[in-house]
Design a binder for this molecule. Structure first.
Ligand code: GLN
Length: 317
């Protein structure tokens, strides 16, 4: 049984030209149905009516559509990678500082944190990701480089960079993130200086990557923790399972349940319109389209993932 199912797993699922043209129609149809996030001013200037799709299989094959090579601000998609890094650097002790439960509040809710006595509900809401940044800062001699270097290694792209303007804009209008960080500090759940922790947080949100680069970077989550490109172990198989579980329950914020119902893949979204999804043992998929629904998730991105998972039968449920 192991042999035949393994062979089955290794073979690529065919994404035909017909499927790709349906996806392009879906995108055209979905444009105009959401709003581009503009609370970070540089994000508001992006052309809303575009989309990208990249499917990267474990064996390295790639299927791309739309603006798959256009770099965008990865925003909260970065939280998946900073969590991975913190799990590597800190180990299970991290879980004394952040819970692992879905949140029914918005991703930047202050009351949620207050109600939980300064322990964020999960590592993907802003408060949780700020704690994760603090944990990384405490374990690294060069915290401002470590996340970017990690992303360069995982994606295989040495020219990845932080868009300084986006990071500055975030710092300028990130009043809620400052509120969350000061509250965390008050509860004793941040060790470093608030400004330093937020600088790290804003900078990793402001890394620019394309759909293809993000899907390449996440392949270890589709391969039991080993990056199939380099053969390097990133996390253990057990930690991979934990990361994928957290993505299912919290990766799409307070609409994670709805997304599990419609799509059924571990996934992480960001306010710039990116969604990175994992098909365990098979592939990583990244979609991007800037217009968001009221929960802060890409409208067209979700439509594409819903269509693709149904068409290919690749939901984990
Ligand atoms: N940098 C953004 C913020 O802190 C990330 C939020 C997101 O992508 N959902 O508000």
């Amino acid at each position: 049984m192991a042999v035949s199912s393994d062979q089955n797993i290794k073979s690529n699922i065919e994404i035909t030209g017909k499927i790709l043209s349906e996806i392009s129609k879906l995108a055209e149809h979905g444009f105009g149905k959401g709003t581009v996030a503009d609370y970070i001013s540089s994000l508001g200037k992006v052309n809303p009516n575009q989309y990208g799709l990249a499917v990267v299989y474990r064996n390295g094959d790639i299927v791309e559509a739309g603006n798959s090579g256009t770099r965008f601000s990865i925003q909260s998609v970065s939280k998946l990678f900073t969590l991975t890094l913190a799990m590597r650097l800190v180990g299970p002790e991290l879980w004394t500082r952040v819970h692992r439960n879905p949140s029914m509040d918005r991703f930047n809710s202050v009351s949620d944190l207050e109600n939980n006595n300064g322990i964020p509900g999960n590592p993907f809401v802003n408060a949780g990701a700020i704690v994760v940044s603090d944990a990384i800062a405490s374990r690294s001699a060069a915290p401002n480089r470590i996340v970017l270097d990690f992303m360069r290694t995982l994606s295989g792209q040495n020219d990845l960079y932080v868009d300084q303007q986006v990071a500055l804009d975030e710092a300028e209008t990130g009043h809620r993130n400052f509120a969350l960080a000061y509250l965390l500090k008050d509860y004793g759940n941040i060790s470093n200086k608030v400004d330093d922790v937020l600088s790290l947080y804003f900078r990793h949100c402001a890394i620019e990557m394309s759909c293809t680069e993000l899907a390449q970077a996440a392949l270890y989550l589709a391969n039991d923790g080993v990056d199939p490109k380099s053969g390097q172990r990133i996390v253990s198989a057990e930690e991979t399972r934990e990361l994928n579980a957290l993505l299912v329950t919290s990766g799409m914020y307070n609409s994670s349940g709805e997304f599990a119902f419609r799509v059924g893949l571990p996934a992480k979204s960001g306010v710039s319109g990116g969604i990175l999804a994992i098909v365990p043992q098979r592939m990583a998929i990244c979609v991007w389209s800037p217009e968001l629904d009221t929960n802060g998730n890409s409208v067209v991105g979700q439509l594409i993932l819903e269509y693709l998972t149904q068409k290919l039968g690749i939901s984990v449920f």
